[in-house]
Design a binder for this molecule. Sequence first.
Ligand code: C2O
Ligand code: CU
Length: 703
Amino acid sequence: MLALPAALAAGASAAWAQRGCPPRDDLYCMELVATPAFPAATGIARLGWVPTPFGVAVTPEGEHLYDLTLTLDGLPDPRTLGPYFTYVAWATTPVLRPMLKLGDVRNGVARVGRVGFNKFLILVSAEPSAAVRDRSGPLVLRGASPSMRLQPHDLPILLAAAGGHAETQSRGDAAHGRKSSDGWVPPPMHPGVPMLPGLMGFRPQATPFLPDPGAAGVASPAIPHRFIRLNDGDTLRLEAGPVTRTILGRSYLMYGFNGQYPGPVVEVAQRATIVVDFVNRTALPTAVHWHGVRLDNRFDGVPHVTQEPVAPGERFVYHVHFPDAGIYWYHPHHREDIQQDLGLYGNLFVRPTDPDYFAPAHRDEILMLDDLLIGEAGLVPYGLEAATHALNGRFGNVLLVNGEPRYELEVRRGEVIRFFLTNASSTRVFNLSFPDARMKIVGSDLGNYEREEWTENVVIAPAERYIVDVRFESAGRVPLVNRVHALDKVFGNFVALVDTLGLVRVARRPARPDLSAGFDHLRENDDVAAEIARYRVHFDRPPDRELELTVRLGDIPFPIDPLVRMDSLYFHPVEWSGTMPEMNWVTTARQVRWVVRDVATGAENDAIDWRFHVGDLVRLRLRNQRHAGHAMQHPIHIHGQRFLVLSVNGVANPNRVWKDTVLLPVGVTAELLVELSNPGRWMLHCHIAEHLSAGMAMVFEVS
Ligand code: C2O
Ligand code: CU
């Protein structure tokens, strides 16, 4: 008998019970509770970060993946419980199906494998042997995933209290999705998630804005983007102005660059410099930012930081130099929530100097992902004085690839297509896959990874870029899909959402030349790895700076206010589809202030005053506060520089790439190594357009 004396076992379990899950970590930790028969047993399960080339690891279906570590204590010798010789840990869903065997466990710490369930239970049972396939022995410990904390009664109770008050306000025409007399078009309901009746009748506290057909004159129909190849020293004339767009059979007055959607794809050689003669023919002041390009600070296109805004009718000349190969993009840096959303964005493709930088592919395809919010009466207007949708950002209900709701591509059998993906949406994180095609991840924001990896899906946050090679092996049709699980906060359910963004038709005729041998081989990019190795000495030192990502909630009307502050409940690490459209819509940037806070000084947003020197390597810790009243993921972007993601939640990144934007899911801490190679005053901000409008930005200086 190896069992501890009862008193000692009880002491140990008390210690564990006291330790439990740290509150700050409650989204990534679960307490295991003893069954009444074995009260001395205790344990916790840590939901560890799964290394991924992307911002977060999810299955192609969109369920979050975790590496589980169990810490168990107080388990008696199993033989004292009957004919049992071991303990086995299991993971299962709330309906106990499927029952996934994690493996045999004992007192102590053990990594037990990976789970990918939205809601799950962890069970520990005594079993006759470690080889059992099904659970038959007595249950000793069990615990529920943090996602099970949201219960169906939580929100309805809050609303019941408010119902009488809010219901008295009529939605009038708006209840049927028509434009109401105040000019607003309410957002449509979320598919599959009920609307909260108590929220009807509220309006954003702002003047509705859409491009004015009167002022726009005759806006001509936009055409699909064109490719422009520019040589060093060439000039691009770029005009932002009104266009008409036809989407799903209805036409809208929007904005476009050079009358195109998206804007022209500009192809240049690495190390080229081009001149962009920009003219603003929109109704709003603006400036053009060259996202990810480490250019001269004077041309970074940030109003009031690097230049004065370009007033309607005025021009600005940019000199854009491209030191790095890969895929970049340009967009306005003034009220992105309006201007970028209305169609002002385009790609920059920088052809590498090294002809072998990318492995051979038959073709390149450039895809810009976006979404657009369309109500029954047309585009949902924007807030003129302050952004609407300030909580979760403006999720659209029509997903777009290169500005079209349906992307189409014809390929031959065995063809290898290199896709350059950019997410130009205001807030949506996409989880893309091509079922039945093989895909490998090649590059991201500023070029290639240290090594290629097979992947089944691509998670891409706003402003990020990913480069993937996809081989279409057999004839037929392969859809491009976005699959996520949305959290219905009313009932605490997860809802599977599948959107087909496009279709690839694979012909029977084989592609020539045959690139399969090269495709089957995962390249080690020694050039990238060797360059990154020079920074290795900085990988393990403590952080130099720390920013906390949080929020301040202002005067939000009842009953929206308590719905927003669901702090004690649960936030999904990623809000994938904006399941409370009404609550989100009516909350403007006047009522919500998203915050980056310098942990050392307590300074926030524009009050932060960081100064560095060219050549500094700054180890920056970003912590996305989970207990802030309302939490959400933030894609954090740093202008003019590049950085490496060294670790996330303490797990080292095994495959690095230079980035300019990193996704921080709720409650996550990431450590970056930021290389300050480019002098000037640069912005760091959240790339959710509405969070940026709601203050989530700071400026640092490199001299
Ligand atoms: Cu793509 Cu400051 O932005
Ligand atoms: Cu944000």
